[in-house]
Design a protein around this ligand. Sequence first.
Ligand SMILES: [Mg+2]
Length: 369
Amino acid sequence: MKNQNMVDPVAKSRVNTLVAFANSTNLLKSSVTATSLGGFWGLYPKKLMKTLKNSKGDAKVNTFIDSMRASSPTRTKSEENQDKTPTWILYHPSALNMFDEIVYNSRGKQIVTFLDYDGTLSPIVADPDKAFMTEKMRATLKDIAMHFPTAIVSGRSLDKVYNFVQLTELYYAGSHGMDIKGPTKSQSHKKNNEAVLFQAASQFLPMINEVYKILVEKTKCVPGATVESNKYCLSVHFRCVDEKNWASLAQKVRSVLKEYPKLRLSQGRKVLEIRPSIEWDKGKALEFLLESLGYDNSNNVFPIYIGDDRTDEDAFKVLRSRGQGIGILVSQIPKETNASYTLQDPSEVCQFLQRLVEWKIKSSHCYKL
Ligand SMILES: [Mg+2]
């Protein structure tokens, strides 16, 4: 484990530069609290949401709706977000701008890349079945997988995300990491040759299928709402639902789930997620994959996790607590996050991954010389 008390000289100089800049521009306001500097940035804006204090039940529902709005903004840059952007970018800088620092911190370690799919490798589109990634992104992923162990970690079912990506050399963790499969093409990253296969929630399949049918029926009166089965979890998409109907949709979904206490509801970007109440998430999937690759309890690994969603925060938290690697949030607007860096959109993700490949090729060449 990385010594959390040691401050990297590059990180330290960045701290000094940023603090000087923040002082000169009065950006360090009381709404920002500092935590640690141990290789990560721990400065967050205050929570965006407020609980509306009506009756006890209403407060709960309103908080939930506020939370849906916070994770699914309808405007790309509201006035409030424009105010927060300078501070936020200061503490979650662009991974492209900080590329040299990132690779410097990975020196001597094996980089492993973990990538969310929707909103990270592909744009968020109105029809979730048409969230295709570009050929350029596919070619970049192929290159990345050639140089680093690479896993796609998605809320989609394993089969669905594989059909989008169509590369046999990757690891896939579908259903929020509850369904994991290793590469089918032989590759040299893994320390042993055992196949990676893991299904954390198979006993929940009958229940998930039952709830899927009920949700399809209950939500069909909400224009634009769609329910997607992702094998071990369900997604209720509200990308095409008018904001005035979000509360009614959320209430319908919550009323169904009242009968199924073994399932839990969470929110993503324009989506409500239903999954088994088990201690398993994208963070656990990340740990499982690192262990499968032989990097459990290893100091020689530098995981890079890129994602745009609330469910990706579990993985960012794991990296933060391990003191290893970095989390990169894909977002154009300020969001509360445990990630250290940001990228604006899938095209910037593609640029970042291409630079990693170029850097790896160049550094391997230098090493041979
Ligand atoms: Mg996503």
